[in-house]
Design a protein around this ligand. Structure first.
Ligand code: BG6
Length: 487
């Protein structure tokens, strides 16, 4: 008899559960990847019966799948829905934990089972909820594992992240903790490692001798919308740069682990973070520019006069032998021209060019562009000779790899599918260790401070649907570089 597994989602009436978690679990079930004996228990204060929860989720999942252009199969949903359960419980009260304990006793059977707890609640509740679970003994591995998945934001700065880690460690071992950065679950982000370390072509030139600079872009077309309550106290530096973009940077810059294990991988990522100097206030002020889209103040819930940045561009250095002197430019923003994320590796130009260029034409030197979304793929850009009987003129052209074209029969999985399955299987490679999170805050805190100082320039306005604020172009222009256009 396999050990029963319960995925317990706290905050089950919330948006993330309906938009991401249940669809991901449903997709895992469709792919036969969810253990046959797995059940999903939604927990929240809202009153629902099991059946009402099932119908509510059916509606939400159908809507999410329609938006994503996928087919919703009612018969397969009905089979999946038999695994869904709901407990209406307030875990801030003793009755809440008692009720939950009762559910486990009644449903897991005398031998117990494994449990994956998922904190999909407001971040202010992480300390209390994780402590309550620990104090109730729900962390004890009787009859199976106990793992705790924690959503971002993980802290608001270094001090709060450290405090949260300390609170978590009172009741949970580090290897029971799965801190999510959903960008690491994206197929294309994982492919950065395969591209680099399962090929011989690129690695010899993947260093300061050949690379001029790196651009990492995560651009969003959406604006803040209804999320202002969270977003306005966070801003793009906390919401995107400290976690998603720095994680991508570590994948681009790290050395290859000798063996592909969670600890090795995380050790290598940590070495990169350790090689990024924590900027002093003067350096931080010159390394960052921020913007805010026009109309941000009209979003519901944004306080008048808010200076929260919705766009940031930041320069980082990785001070080790591989990367000395190579700037990594990271930018992210909302309300931009397109939803578009990429890593662009700009190689140096040939030291001497024997082909004369027409006046005003600049040589576009080699680039590797790894498109993370939405048209996932890789482009290698190089110079070609334009067919012509007279003379030699040059044009850059792409060698392209397109994920959807190459894997027509295999849809790219959603990040949450991969991450939930990894957490169920106990593979923490794509989750953040406590030291990684803390180091990322240590690096980003002075940058945030530089933008929040009373004498800091206010975020520069940019129109919705644009490339972002002019100050981002100026940051690169001052160093003789240019952003690749978004979209
Ligand atoms: C989240 C941020 O972590 O990532 C959001 O809180 C952002 O503000 C989202 O919109 C972007 O994720 P994706 O997968 O849509 O690129």
């Amino acid at each position: 008899m396999p050990t029963p597994l319960t995925v317990v989602i706290f905050g089950a009436s919330g948006d993330l559960t309906a938009r991401k978690l249940i669809p991901a679990l449903f997709n895992l079930a469709l792919k036969d990847r969810l253990p046959a004996h797995a059940r999903i228990l939604g927990v929240a204060r809202t009153e629902f019966t099991d059946d009402a929860f099932r119908s509510h989720m059916a509606e939400m999942v159908q809507e999410a799948m329609t938006v994503a252009g996928e087919q919703f199969d009612p018969a397969r949903w009905a089979a999946f829905a038999t695994r869904l359960f709901y407990a209406s419980a307030d875990l801030t009260r003793p009755q809440g934990t008692a009720l939950l304990g009762e559910w486990f006793r009644a449903n897991e059977g005398p031998a117990g089972g494994s449990r994956l707890y998922y904190l999909s609640v407001a971040p202010e509740l992480y300390p209390e909820l994780s402590t309550t679970l620990g104090e109730a003994g729900f962390n004890q591995e009787k009859g199976g594992f106990r793992r705790l998945v924690i959503e971002k934001p993980f802290g608001h700065d270094l001090a709060t992240a450290k405090t949260l880690n300390e609170i978590l460690h009172k009741h949970w071992r580090e290897d029971q903790l799965y801190r999510i950065d959903h960008y690491l679950g994206k197929e294309t982000v994982q492919n950065i490692l395969v591209f680099r370390f399962a090929n011989t072509l690129f690695e010899p030139v993947w260093n300061y001798q050949y690379i001029d600079h790196v651009q990492i872009t995560v651009a969003e077309k959406v604006t803040v919308g209804k999320r202002a309550r969270y977003y306005d106290s966070s801003g793009v530096l906390r919401d995107m740069i400290q976690n998603h973009l720095l994680s991508i940077l570590t994948m681009v810059a790290m050395e290859d682990p000798t063996r592909f294990t969670a600890e090795n991988l995380r050790n290598e990522k940590m070495k990169v973070l350790n090689a990024i100097p924590v900027p002093d206030p003067a350096t931080a002020a010159t390394a960052v520019v921020v913007g805010q889209y026009a109309g941000y103040h009209a979003e519901p819930g944004v306080p008048p006069g808010s200076r929260t940045p919705t766009y940031a561009a930041v320069r980082f250095q990785v001070e080790n032998r591989r990367w000395h002197g190579v700037p990594f430019y990271l930018r992210s923003g909302k309300g931009l021209k397109a939803r578009y994320s990429e890593v662009m590796i700009q190689f140096r130009c040939p030291s001497h060019l024997m082909f004369p260029l027409p006046p005003g034409q600049e040589l576009q030197c080699n680039r590797v562009t790894i498109v993370l979304q939405p048209n996932e793929g890789i482009q290698l850009n190089f110079q070609t000779k334009v067919p012509e009987v007279d003379g030699v003129s040059l044009q850059p052209r792409d060698l392209s790899f397109d994920y959807k074209e190459a894997y027509k029969e295999k849809a790219l999985p959603e990040a949450y599918e991969r991450l939930l399955l990894d957490a169920i299987q106990g593979d923490a490679s794509l989750f953040m260790r406590s030291d990684e999170i803390e180091r990322a805050w240590e690096i980003v805190d002075p940058i945030i401070a530089a933008t929040e100082r009373p004498d800091a320039p206010p975020p520069e306005q940019y129109p919705v649907g644009s490339q972002g604020p002019p100050c981002a172009d100026e940051l690169l222009a001052a160093e003789g570089k240019k952003w690749r256009p978004i979209g």
